[in-house]
Ligand binder design. Structure first.
Ligand code: ADP
Length: 980
């Protein structure tokens, strides 16, 4: 069908209307373009059809249906190509590029934008608006892919065109985009200049929200370079506009920024006020990022106000949200806040974990930052270099022109005015002199610029050094936890001195009176208490503390504790009053735990109460609780700190010059919590502090006492006199490696009935014994001369003849690190001193039981998996090798123990020792057992007759096979086969 003029103009109009609707009503856009497409199809108007398809393609792109969009745009492109329409093609290519941009396929987007640009340029100058848009799009892709210099170049081109055609809105946007890039590459002055240009244009077209955004951007830039006054000035300007327009989204940004600026400037109250406002508006506008940022701000202000709980709370809120949004920077900020807050609260484990996250984020952000810095410097470098090159060319041109001019002038003058010859020479000389001066000035300038470049290089180096320093600082921070324990040990020195000094004196004078002994004993007990507290704290931290409830008279226990303070009360002249502890009161509780609670509260009350004043302990029954109240007339707890004193290591501000560690109350609170109770601190009517413990009632009957009470055996060196008697010879040999002879004797005499004991004074001697004699298990101290316990463990594990030996390490070290070192060395158990002998015995029995179980497993199970029956990798390797060798020779009746040892490349004794240790069998029994296990598998498969199977598994005599089989499995092969 032929197209008429009316048709074409109608179709063109429909397409134009569709384009108009593209900004306001997408569905109308679709309707009109579909109509244009269908009318064009019937009337055969190719251009109109292609344009209709193109617009539809753009519609689908906006609707995020990218595959349909691409298909329609490509169809349109083919038709435009046939119709040889340059601008049609260019428009389609632009659309395809834009679709790829939406899908994040930057490479393809760039290719299509570039192609589109070529066609626009070919299509002619009439399309300046489209060309400017295409430049802008190319700039956008470069920005997204991090090529900032090229992004700037294209934005610049776009800007020139937009300014030329008077597109103020577009130019304003481009200036703003360029500002963002300049900020990104740390060229803040240029960024501010561009933001200002953007604001100017936006003001001209009355785009007020845009102006406010510009001011906010300037404020951010100033805040980044720590020019806080300017930052506040511009943020305020943005704020004024947003308040007037009631622009909620903008207000959230403004307040958050102001909060940030004031926080950086340490004006905490103002900062808090703005963060709270920012959060309110951000919540109203649903801007999660700003909400999270404000939360961090509030947390940081709280941290600086020493309100650690609040800091922790807001840090956590922000951290969770930041993780949800996968926002690197916010995760980084919140984890930093949490690490600081946890560390200050004494939650070292959590602090350490957040520190790790913070460090990982820092590394990643630092990488980004250095990349930015390098891009910035590269850009500056390129910019400076280009400028210098241009300057050089300009100078050369200028010099050439000047020379040409002089020649011409002198020629005319020489011919026309000889009289002025002298003057000419004079003036020419003067000119030359001046030119020379200009050129040398310019040279100087070039040199200066070169210096500038060099100093920028130096700046990069300094940056690198700074990064290294930061890395070091982070590593130091992660050491914080272990250092803390070192600090605490200082507290241990005083009682130690009070034991050691009198002891030395007594040794010197051969004289020691009862009073001195009492001092020593008291301090030794104090030391023990401190160590117990530290150990208990470590266990509580790991959640490894167990309660041992027993039914006993709680009031009697409280009375005992009160009585134990008799001496110190007299010494300090404190009046201790008690009330309500006279009656018997049976209760189920952990004796050691509750004793610690009462002791701690009383000793604190006595410690913080001056001479001559009163301390009062009251016990009574509440509704459903046993209540214990300790109050005093002492220094009290400062306002606002009662909530903190239960935090680990916290010491109130009025008590820092009194000795202490800040551990006691945190332990007390943990123990009370384990009992299901609560503890509260406050200031008492007596003028000092008051602590109220509430234990929920769960009383049990008195006659149950004996069932539940335990008597844990403690380590008492004075009990070593008697050796346990035993009628039978012990089955196992225990090697004790210990340099302290008292302890060595004690262990030997306590364990001698249960084990054959072999003794060594240090690791070296221990290793020698383990290699030369039969030993089943080793108990070793860690700190010893010659070779310590760790080195001994390592040596045993590396020695293939004895690597299977179970090792139990004893040490005075309680820190987690030593535990880890012990386990890394593959010690089987680790016991800290002072230890309970019962516990040590249980550990030894347990270790030997594990060995026995593994051995039985080998003998019982048909299919042996080496890792299931071994505890060390050397053993596993050895046994899997041994099994393989036997299996390879299973049919060979002549395969002997000697052949077996040769194949293992080991001596007969060594092989025997290891095979026995792992499987409990001799080498020949080991081979036979494997043969019989294979026989069972064959019998089950019913693959052959019994006599054939006997030959297949290396038995030449079928009756011997039957005998061995019966011994091993309790039935003859025939019975076995018929049963299975
Ligand atoms: P320490 O007493 O070793 O410092 P605690 O954990 O037992 O450690 O106590 C923590 C802090 O609580 C103390 O440092 C002190 O500031 C405060 N405190 C505890 N009991 C009292 C009390 N009876 N009077 C005043 N302050 C107290």
């Amino acid at each position: 069908m032929l197209t008429t003029n009316t048709d074409t103009s109608e179709i063109n109009l429909l397409n134009k209307i569709a384009v108009e609707y593209s900004r306001t009503d997408l569905e109308k856009m679709r309707e009109y373009s579909t109509l244009a497409d269908s009318i064009s199809s019937t009337s055969g108007y190719a251009y109109g059809k292609a344009e209709g398809l193109r617009i539809l393609g753009v519609y689908y792109m906006r609707k995020s249906d990218y595959s349909t969009a691409l298909q329609l745009l490509r169809n349109a492109l083919t038709i435009f190509e046939k119709a040889k329409s340059l601008d049609g093609k260019a428009n389609c290519l632009l659309g395809i590029g834009a679709t790829y941009n939406q899908t994040g396929n930057n490479d393809s987007a760039l290719i299509y934008f570039q192609k589109s640009l070529d066609f626009w340029l070919k299509a002619g100058a009439a399309n300046k608006e489209r060309i400017a848009a295409t430049y802008n799009n190319i700039g956008l892709i470069y920005r997204k892919t991090g090529n900032m210099p090229l992004a700037l170049e294209y934005y610049q081109k776009s800007l020139l065109l937009k300014e030329e055609i008077g597109d103020k809105a577009g130019a304003g946007d481009t200036y703003n985009n360029m500002g963002v890039i300049y900020r990104f590459i740390n060229a803040h002055d240029k960024a501010i200049e561009h933001y200002k240009n953007s604001i100017k244009l936006r003001k001209e077209i009355g785009y007020e929200i845009g102006v406010a955004m510009g001011y906010n951007n300037i404020a951010i830039a100033y805040s980044e370079i720590h020019e806080f006054d300017s930052a506040v000035f511009y943020a305020q300007k943005a704020l004024d506009i947003n308040l007037r327009l009631n622009n909620i989204r903008g207000l959230a940004h403004n307040y958050n920024l102001l909060g940030d600026v004031y926080l950086k400037n340490n004006e905490l109250n103002l900062a808090l006020e703005y963060f709270i406002k920012g959060k309110k508006y951000a919540e109203e506008s649903g801007n999660k990022q700003v909400i999270t940022s404000c939360d961090i701000g509030i947390g940081e202000v709280s941290f600086k106000h020493h309100d650690l709980k609040q800091a922790y709370l807001y840090g956590n809120l922000a951290f969770i949200k930041a993780k949800e949004m996968s926002d690197k920077s916010l995760t980084w900020q919140s984890s930093k806040l949490l690490a600081d807050a946890c560390a200050a609260m004494g939650k070292y484990k959590e602090a350490y974990e957040f520190q790790l996250i913070y460090k990982a984020m820092s590394d990643s952000i630092q990488n980004d930052a250095s990349t930015k810095k390098i891009i910035g410097l590269e850009y500056d470098y390129k910019y400076q270099k280009d400028k210098i090159e241009q300057e050089k060319i300009r100078l050369e041109q200028q010099a050439r022109l000047t020379r040409q001019k002089h020649i011409a002038v002198s020629f005319i003058i020489a011919f026309c005015l000889l009289l002025f010859l002298a003057f000419y020479i004079f003036s020419s000389l003067k000119h030359k002199q001046r030119d020379f001066r200009i050129i040398s000035d310019q040279k100087l300038e070039i040199e200066n610029r070169n210096k500038l470049l060099n100093s920028q290089k130096e700046e990069i180096q300094t940056q690198n050094e700074l990064l290294q320093q930061q890395a070091k600082m982070l590593a130091e921070l992660s050491d914080m936890k272990s250092h803390f324990f070192a600090n605490i040990s200082h507290e241990l020195r005083t009682p130690l001195t009070l034991i050691i000094s009198p002891l030395l004196q007594a040794i010197e004078t051969h004289n020691c009176d009862k009073a001195t002994l009492d001092v020593m004993l008291r301090n030794a007990k104090k030391l023990q208490e401190m160590i117990d507290e530290l150990l208990q704290m470590a266990r509580l931290e790991k959640g490894a503390v167990e309660m041992h409830p027993e039914c006993a008279d709680l009031n009697a226990l409280v009375k005992d504790v009160v009585n134990s303070f008799e001496g110190i009360i007299l010494e300090k002249g404190i009046i201790l009053e008690t009330e309500g502890i006279e009656n018997e009161y049976m209760y189920s509780f952990d004796r050691a735990g509750i004793e610690k609670v009462v002791t701690n509260l009383l000793s604190n009350a006595i410690k913080f109460t001056p001479r001559g004043r009163r301390v009062k302990l009251t016990a009574f029954l509440g509704n459903n609780d046993y209540m214990l109240c300790v109050s005093d007339e002492g220094i009290g707890i400062p306002e606002g700190e009662t909530g903190n004193i239960f935090d680990r290591f916290y010491r109130a501000s009025n008590s820092r010059n009194v000795s202490g560690t800040g551990i006691g109350l945190s332990l007390v609170s943990d123990i009370v919590t384990l009992h299901g109770g609560t503890i509260k601190a406050g200031n008492s009517a007596m003028g000092g502090a008051e602590f109220i413990v509430k234990l929920p009632l769960n009383r049990i009957m008195v006659d149950k006492i004996n069932e539940t009470s335990e008597d844990p055996a403690e380590f008492h060196i004075t009990n070593t006199g008697k050796k346990p008697k035993s009628d039978t010879t012990p089955a196992y040999t225990l090697l004790i490696v210990e340099d302290n002879h008292d302890l060595q004797n004690f262990l030997a005499s306590s364990l001698t009935g249960t084990y054959n004991i072999v003794l060594a004074d240090n690791g070296k001697a221990g290793l020698q014994i383990a290699l030369e004699q039969h030993v089943d298990i080793v108990v070793s101290d860690v700190m010893m001369p010659e070779m310590d316990g760790y080195a001994l463990t390592k040596a045993i594990r590396n020695h293939h003849e004895i690597c299977h030996l179970p090792i139990v390490l004893l040490t005075a070290k309680s820190s987690e690190e030593s535990l880890i070192t012990g386990l890394e060395n593959e010690a089987n158990a680790y016991i800290t001193k002072p230890f309970s002998l019962t516990y040590l015995k249980a550990v030894l029995t347990n270790q030997l039981k594990i060995r026995d179980k593994l051995r039985t497993r080998f003998q019982k199970e048909l299919l042996v998996i080496p890792s299931d029956i071994t505890t060390t990798s050397l053993d596993e390797q050895f046994i899997s090798n041994a099994i393989k060798i036997v299996e390879d020779n299973i049919h060979n009746e002549l395969f002997s123990v000697d052949d077996f040892c040769n194949a293992l490349l080991m001596g007969r004794t060594s092989v025997h020792r290891r095979i026995t240790a792992i499987t409990g069998l001799s080498s020949s029994d080991f081979i036979r057992t494997l043969r019989l296990k294979r026989a069972v598998q064959l019998l089950k498969g019913k693959v052959a007759t019994i006599s054939e199977i006997s030959t297949m598994v290396g038995f030449s005599d079928v009756s011997y096979f039957t005998k061995c089989f019966k011994k091993q499995f309790g039935s003859t092969p025939t019975d076995y086969q018929s049963k299975n």
